[in-house]
Ligand binder design. Sequence first.
Ligand SMILES: *[C@@H]1O[C@H](CO)[C@@H](O)[C@H](O)[C@H]1NC(C)=O
Ligand SMILES: *[C@@H]1O[C@H](CO)[C@@H](O)[C@H](O)[C@H]1NC(C)=O
Ligand SMILES: *[C@@H]1O[C@H](CO)[C@@H](O)[C@H](O)[C@H]1NC(C)=O
Ligand SMILES: *[C@@H]1O[C@H](CO)[C@@H](O)[C@H](O)[C@H]1NC(C)=O
Ligand SMILES: *[C@@H]1O[C@H](CO)[C@@H](O)[C@H](O)[C@H]1NC(C)=O
Ligand SMILES: *[C@@H]1O[C@H](CO)[C@@H](O)[C@H](O)[C@H]1NC(C)=O
Length: 664
Amino acid sequence: MASERLHLILLVIFNHLISLLSQQEEAGFVYNGFGQAETDFHLDGAAKILFPDGLLQLTNASSQQMGHAFFKKPFKFDSFDRKLSFSTHFVCALVPKPGADGGHGIAFVVSSSIDFTQADPTQYLGVFNISTNGSPSSQLLAIELDTVESAEFDDIDKNHVGIDINSLNSVESASASYFSDTKGKNQSIKLLSGDPLQVWVDYEGTLLNVTVAPLSIQKPNHPLLSRSINLTEIFLDRTLFFGFSASTGSLVSYQYILGWSFSRNRMLLQRLDFSKLPQIPHPRAKKKQTSPLLIALLVLIALIMLAVLGGVYLYRRKKYAEVREAWEKEYGPHRFSYKSLYKATKGFDKDGRLGKGGFGEVYRGNLPRVGDIAVKRVCHDAKQGMKQFVAEVVTMGSLKHRNLVPLLGYCRRKGELLLVYEYMCNGSLDQYLFHRKNPALSWPQRLVILKDIASALSYLHTGANQVVLHRDIKASNVMLDSNFNGRLGDFGMARFEDYGDSLPATAAVGTMGYMAPELTTMKTCTRTDVYAFGAFMLEVSCGRRPLDPKISAEKRHLIKWVCDCWRRDSLVDAIDRRLGGKYSAEEAEIVLKLGLLCTNMVAESRPTMEQVVQYIYWNLPLPNFSPESPGIGVSAPSTLAPSTSPPSRNSIFVTHTITYRDGR
Ligand SMILES: *[C@@H]1O[C@H](CO)[C@@H](O)[C@H](O)[C@H]1NC(C)=O
Ligand SMILES: *[C@@H]1O[C@H](CO)[C@@H](O)[C@H](O)[C@H]1NC(C)=O
Ligand SMILES: *[C@@H]1O[C@H](CO)[C@@H](O)[C@H](O)[C@H]1NC(C)=O
Ligand SMILES: *[C@@H]1O[C@H](CO)[C@@H](O)[C@H](O)[C@H]1NC(C)=O
Ligand SMILES: *[C@@H]1O[C@H](CO)[C@@H](O)[C@H](O)[C@H]1NC(C)=O
Ligand SMILES: *[C@@H]1O[C@H](CO)[C@@H](O)[C@H](O)[C@H]1NC(C)=O
């Protein structure tokens, strides 16, 4: 009897244990992919498990579909204990069809039934139809991840999470986002990003929490949605099925569940192993047929751009165009590109203009690796003789003397020649002789400059491989370097006129007042340079130009006037008054006399530049001569007197510069 009772008790306990164990089994599960889950799940509609990964596809991107996946075994809460609670964590993905907005969304569903054959896709998410929506007999809780804004259900946007109880009008909803603990603020999430998304749904007591986050984020501390709901009032049958539903309409997307963990007890919820989750297939954008209109438009744009680029190219080519000929190759290093000079002078900017000379304008510039330069733009329309001229320019570039302005090179363009000189920072001598704004040069400074120019000229006449004539010595062609040393510039440039214009071969070149009288009939030679240097010496000593139409007739011709002073035995009267008497009378007399000697009417009576250097360095005494000596103190023929009419190109006496007018 007792054993029978014991047997019965044991049987009851055993049965109870069995039932407890089976209940325990249903208390929770975890699926990292659904490869092994086919038998545990009720699938219908478009839902299927994709092998080999075990990805649960609720819908593909066809329209008007719905798919359901429910855990087959129901949870009978009433039979186990009265407290209704559950916790779940799943990973899903909503992948848009390339180039299109997607719909309609995924819902995590708690339902008393798994028969959704009468439900509708699209905005009904595969769980309701028009008559069940809003009916308490539905006995349904859905957590919707909704990617379409349906105005009829008061959706807040097309990227929201909502809690639906027996109705698609959510009792609670919010735009998809999560609270970032590290950043301390809400971060929005795009549901339809195609990336895996974590969702947690927790129900305990009467509080339902919904939390979402990207895969890389740990479960945020703050839920997105938190709502007090008494589920025992909703699920009157006390039988609950858990699962997913998804739908498409005319808006479509691929909707997947990657993994799912579920437990009736939050503490016992098993972790998902992300490393075991299946991969999400990302549909590649199909090559869309580009419309012919678009192609035409693109071609048009390409053509316009090509035209613009071509225009720019042509413009630049014209802007920087140069004339280059084969014979110039040998002058390679002496040739500069127009572009580099254009850039060096900032496009020949007016602000950088140093002056306007007889040959053209001079601009200041700076070339990388070369330094400060002065660029002289010389107009020409020579077709002939250019080769010879450039050869001469290049030869002159090879002339090296401490008192010559270095000629660095040249560039040729149509109708224009550019000569590149080293930049002389203190400008030209005439600025100091004739412009009151500059301090007057002291006598020692003037003497140094005269000595400098004498040596430079002597070098040109004898020191170089060939005789180089300057042909245009005057104060404005003498530059001053940073130490106020004289530097002779523009040497040989007067030849340019020969090539540039159709002047007769015998044409005189130079500047009036500095031009030897024989130039009217003879060609230039070293003696004519000596004459000009003599005039220049007087100019520097006396601080006035050789010919000054503004001065009274008796003093107008400087040579004659200096000689007159000498005749009156007061030679130093001619010395520049700006010196204020601060000069050596002895030196001044020698310089003035040497000036007169050099400007002798008779070319043969003039000293050579070598001799001049000897005299001016006081190495040799001046020869004996007096104001009455032949040729001394004779001013240039009256035909050279300044004319008030504009200079005529046809006159053999008139040249490219008229110094007595403006000093240039
Ligand atoms: C979706 O699945 C259906 C049935 O399997 C198939 O006919 C359709 O072509 C699929 N659509 C896409 C976009 O893959
Ligand atoms: C809606 O679904 C219910 C069952 O779930 C069905 O009885 C009813 O006929 C359906 N209504 C419509 C309009 O489809
Ligand atoms: C729900 O969220 C609230 C507020 O963060 C929290 O106090 C509560 O413990 C959460 N409940 C569950 C079941 O997660
Ligand atoms: C973050 O979002 C939650 C839920 O929408 C909201 O209650 C909370 O105020 C937001 N917090 C901040 C800092 O915006
Ligand atoms: C939930 O509703 C049931 C049935 O109406 C009721 O018995 C229970 O006390 C409610 N629970 C809470 C926490 O209000
Ligand atoms: C001459 O040039 C030097 C060096 O550039 C400069 O310091 C000086 O001021 C200049 N003198 C005059 C008078 O311009």
